[in-house]
Design a protein around this ligand. Sequence first.
Ligand code: CDP
Length: 783
Amino acid sequence: MALPQTELRPMGKPILRKEDPRLIRGKGRFVDDILLPNMLHLCILRSPYAHARIRRIDTSKAEAAPGVKLVLTGEDLAKMNLAWMPTLAGDVQMVLATDKVLFQYQEVAAVVAETRAQAEDAIQLIEVDYEPLPVVVDPFKALEPDAPILREDKEKKSNHIWHWEAGDREETDAIFREAPVVVKQNVRFQRVHPSPLEPCGCVADYNPATGKLVVYVTSQAPHVHRTAIALTTGFPEHMIQVISPDVGGGFGNKVPLYPGYVVAIVASLKLGVPVKWIETRTENIASTHFARDYHMTAEIAATEDGKMLALRVKTIADHGAFDATANPTKYPAGLYSIVTGSYDFKAAFVEVDGVHTNKPPGGVAYRCSFRVTEASYLIERVVDVLARRLKMDPAELRLRNFIRKEQFPYRSPTGWVYDSGDYEKTFKLALERIGYEELRKEQKEKWARGEFMGIGISTFTEIVGAGPAHSFDILGIKMFDSAEIRVHPTGKVIARLGVRHQGQGHETTFAQIIAEELGLSVDDVVVEEGDTDTAPYGLGTYASRSTPTAGAAAALCARRIRDKARKIAAHLLEVNEDDVVWDGAAFSVKGLPGRSVTMKDVAFAAYTNVPDGIEPGLEASYYYNPPNLTFPYGAYIAVVDIDKGTGAVKVRRFLAVDDCGNVINPMIVEGQVHGGLTEGFAIAFMQDIPYDADGNCLAPNWMDYLVPTAWDTPRWETDRTVTPSPHHPLGAKGVGESPNVGSPAAFVNAVLDALSPLGVEHIDMPIYPWKVWKILREHGITE
Ligand code: CDP
């Protein structure tokens, strides 16, 4: 049962979310709620072609249209050196196209008008003379020698962007040469989109009188956006204030800087009034950064009795027209080399090649720690392929190959040092809770009757909490995070953090951390994020990094305050500091528990009665550079039944047992798990963004790109084990993305398990009913 926020010692308790009274009463303040005097509206003209030369743009009719104040083209931006902007992956991207377009829906021109309707009408009046060029949508074709070169701006005359590898090629190949068993599987993780309920948008407000530029923007990383705006526009960073107000979901979509933001800023700088740009659903899906689109091949070398020896992975990454991932510089394929998962391989070798195609740029880490989702899906799928080849139960194969708990900290063959885990314990709990043995018996009976029931397993390992700063950066900015806490004279607290939540409940969980450390209640602590003028510099919220980084910063910052408070307490108690003890609620004199002062008493004294030699006030800041990432993990099991008539898959049960170390708020963690499982379910069964041969996007809206409703969504069962992170000050690991990372493989493995009597090896996601129905029909099972 959820608890009220007045609870003392709130760590680990299901405290009600502080943000909900505001949000559920419609009192949230999102970017589109911001209305400023004299504000104008921006709309963007987009390309109907996926690849075309622009011969001429005529804006004269649009300029004369009612209410229009400004029309901008790439040529106008080029005069300001802003036709192109850097991406977070070190590539460059067109803001408004100049000589050619590289994907359908690419930004071509913009209109600023008094109303949105006027701007929308006026962009229809812009005449663009396009010369269509040959289109490349298949990344394998893009690599063929006679493929048209898409990026003529680059020195390299090829659609190949980069090659990246990890692990030991020779050692891996040597094991494969000798291995008694080798399995190989091609697997595609289709192109999907984070698709937050609130699309992207901004209000750029340049005030010529003060010289200040305020940008309200749907941002998961406001400080990075401020720096990126300063670097892109040359506008002085201290005169830029980025405010990320309430954000209606991000899931990675709101990490990059988008052309619309730059155009709105330029328009406001030119006109000296606020300019609002809010994209439509179609603009969000068809032009902002996609996710995944990995074409993967995995091979496992193993013994006949099921000892997995080596893993070899080759991947083509389709990045579309511009490489615009938000990956740390050192890792162009993100943390994909975590692909050895929960298993103790002797050797592994992973290679990835990035490729340009005529599709929108990306791909962002959609609820994912920089490509860990693709990696987890791949390993969990191919382990099942091996189990099938060995005629071994997939649960048994996993149990034989897990990294054992005494092996932690464990160095993986691709170089990661896993902090902690007890995979066997977590998995056995899952097997027991789902009733695995009974389900297998039931399945045998059903198969004998010609019915298709499947049990799918995914025992994944995550990697979250980037930094450490020595190897992680975005745009060269080291990946740490921060907290600043001020205790007011009455013992009430305001805390500001460098991350920016988008629904994850930081206003509650970070208040819990601080209240616990300071002996206060959650009600006493207000958490603020998202305003670069007030919050300390941070790298933002994505990749489940907030708890591992800013959560740690909040705890250590509060401990800094407690250290100072102890000195003041000693003064109040008239004893030496060494004789003061903290019991979690108050300072007391060693051996005399009756003589005590609370944090509230100390806070008042910090402003009214400070001893000589101590600075007045009670505040601190902390910049936390994590020593390692955290490695949450889970054991997920799906049970499905297939309708033979329609091919529809019914998820009968789904159990998620997660381990994210110590938990701050179990109710919020459960909410995170429910949300991520729902997304994983949608990816497995409903979502894809296909393109036709001409590069037309075939799912640019929620009629074609499906979002699950409560009706579609299975009932989730959850449980957890607790294996604390040894290096995190609270023993906590991130959890936000685990369910999205771990669940697709469980769903897909369940369907393939159901169909195993038919010898079906693999079906690529999304598993639409027609794909299953086709297989059943090929086997003469259905008409
Ligand atoms: O970076 P992001 O907030 O998306 O992910 P996270 O750090 O995994 O946190 C998601 C939410 O779950 C936050 O409100 C966390 O504080 C909470 N959480 C928790 O209560 N206990 C954990 N061990 C991990 C996260």
